[in-house]
Design a protein around this ligand. Structure first.
Ligand code: TGC
Ligand code: FAD
Length: 400
């Protein structure tokens, strides 16, 4: 049997958002795309295999304005939400760990300092963080408090002009090499540790007594991202390092809104990488005398991937424009995070299958993305947490 083979339609042509982007947004996206394809992808598999984050790329990532990209002033690029989302998507086309590095630095460390910090704190840390000279991490999750951060046990007690922190944080991205950590802790007065309302944000700097960040080893996901614990043992933090504007659980949760928005947009980058790989592979892989892409069962999977990426892109673009107008709600962020990450994971699994045995090799990007997306599905609010956030909003009933 002979099969007629034409040039495939690029996914961009199907989604057709290009005319909806500004010149500047396209330029930023294209610059990050070039960087990822030239500087990161050639060694992506090796970094994953060796469980190593590419520290040498930090200056280039900072040079493109990607650290605290959508913040204003203090050396930050002040990008709009669309440009920011597209840039993160290109990073995640490379690897979710590469994007995680930028998300954590910008949305989870620089954002709380920018939003809740004093002028002195902003001047002290933000320009160096934007330049990639100071790297931060964000300590909210604990061994016994993941989806329910209000139950955290880490506490801070005031002693004269400083605070003493005790507790431990778990699963902290960038912690092993971070110069500082934004740590969330409850305030203890006398023998009583306060409730979620008493939560405050502390900037703990490396070198402060009682602050340690052991690495979490043996991850089968996000291996090119450094993950650690934060251990705080009578850690002394000066009053000058407390974020004055953050009080209560709303402080850390507001940072999560920023990070989740970026993740939702970016996860489509991992999906696109799997899609590109699978179209190329199935057009050239011959079984039963024909390319496997000529089989209807294969095409059905490719079409479903394209459809879900297209829908995700449109939702992301719409929500990013709302964000630029200051109108994006946390529930909309949950919708995008839940939808885009769950579909990215399904697309990666489907792509893995379509590559057959080759699908389990690191020579192709698919298994790496598939394994990475298992973490993305869990962090920044699990798939179920986002279902319940939406369920609570839509029914008016809290089902947590
Ligand atoms: P709840 O009663 O709903 O709210 C407590 C207070 O917080 C306020 N609030 C928010 N504020 C801003 N943005 C939001 N999205 C907010 N959601 C709630 C709320 O108004 C209230 O304020 P107030 O003044 O009335 O007291 O709190 P809850 O205890 O019922 O919990 C809600 C829940 C479950 C949704 C929340 O705890 C949650 O989102 N859990 C998931 C935890 C999570 O996502 N952790 C992520 C850790 S960081 C991470 O994973 C980084 S991964 C690395 C990378 O990004 O690449
Ligand atoms: P749990 O909360 O124990 O959840 C286990 C299961 O129970 C999940 O399926 C969950 O959806 C389900 N569940 C929980 N509650 C309910 C409910 N009410 N109804 C129905 N189902 C429920 N945290 C940080 O603070 N900073 C970081 O930088 C960071 N980086 C991370 C990097 C990686 C690679 C990973 C894996 C995690 C990271 N995290 C970080 C932690 C992450 O945010 C948590 O793993 C996540 O919030 C889930 O918490 P948990 O792992 O304790 O799971």
């Amino acid at each position: 049997m002979t099969v007629k083979i034409h040039d495939p339609m690029p996914l961009e042509a199907l989604i057709a958002v290009e005319p909806l982007l500004t010149e500047e947004e396209r330029m930023i996206r294209d610059a990050v795309r070039r960087f990822v394809r030239e500087r990161f992808l050639p060694r992506a598999g090796k970094l994953f295999e060796e469980e190593r984050f590419p520290m040498d790329l930090i200056p280039e990532i900072a040079g493109m304005g990607l650290l605290g990209a959508n913040l204003e002033g203090y050396g930050c690029a002040g990008m709009g939400a669309v440009a920011y989302g597209l840039a993160l998507q290109e990073l995640e086309y490379g690897d979710s760990g590469l994007r995680s590095f930028a998300s954590v630095q910008g949305s989870l460390c620089m954002y709380p300092i920018h939003r809740y910090g004093s002028e002195e704190q902003k001047q002290k840390w933000l320009p160096k963080m934007a330049a990639g000279e100071i790297i931060g991490c964000f300590g909210l999750t604990e061994p016994d408090s993941g989806s329910d951060p209000g139950s955290m046990k880490t506490y801070a007690r005031r002693e004269g002009s400083h605070w003493v922190l005790n507790g431990s944080k778990m699963w902290i991205t960038n912690a092993p090499f971070a110069h500082l950590a934004v740590v969330w802790a409850k305030v203890k007065e006398g023998d009583t540790v306060g409730g979620p309302d008493s939560i405050r944000g502390f900037v703990v700097e490396r070198g402060m007594k009682g602050f340690e960040t052991p690495t979490v080893h043996g991850k089968m996901s996000l291996r090119a991202s450094a993950t650690g614990e934060i251990s705080l043992t009578d850690c002394v933090v000066p009053e000058a390092n407390v974020l004055p504007g953050a009080k209560g659980l709303g402080g850390p949760l507001s940072c999560l809104n920023q990070a989740r928005f970026g993740i939702a947009y970016a996860a489509l980058g991992a999906a696109r990488a799997c899609y590109d790989c699978v179209v190329d592979y199935t057009r050239t892989r011959v079984q039963f005398g024909v390319p496997i892409a000529s089989k209807q069962l294969v095409q059905e999977q490719i079409v479903e991937m394209a459809m879900e990426i297209a829908k995700g892109e449109l939702v992301s673009l719409h929500f990013a424009r709302l964000k630029e107008q200051g109108k994006l709600t946390p529930q909309q962020v949950s919708l995008a995070k839940k939808n885009n990450v769950a579909w990215a994971l399904k697309i990666a699994r489907s792509a893995r299958g379509l590559l057959g045995g080759n699908g389990i090799l690191l020579d192709y990007p698919v298994i790496r993305h598939m394994l990475n997306l298992e973490s993305v599905y869990t962090y920044e609010g699990t798939n179920e947490v986002h279902t319940l956030i939406l369920g609570r909003a839509l029914t008016g009933i809290d089902a947590f």
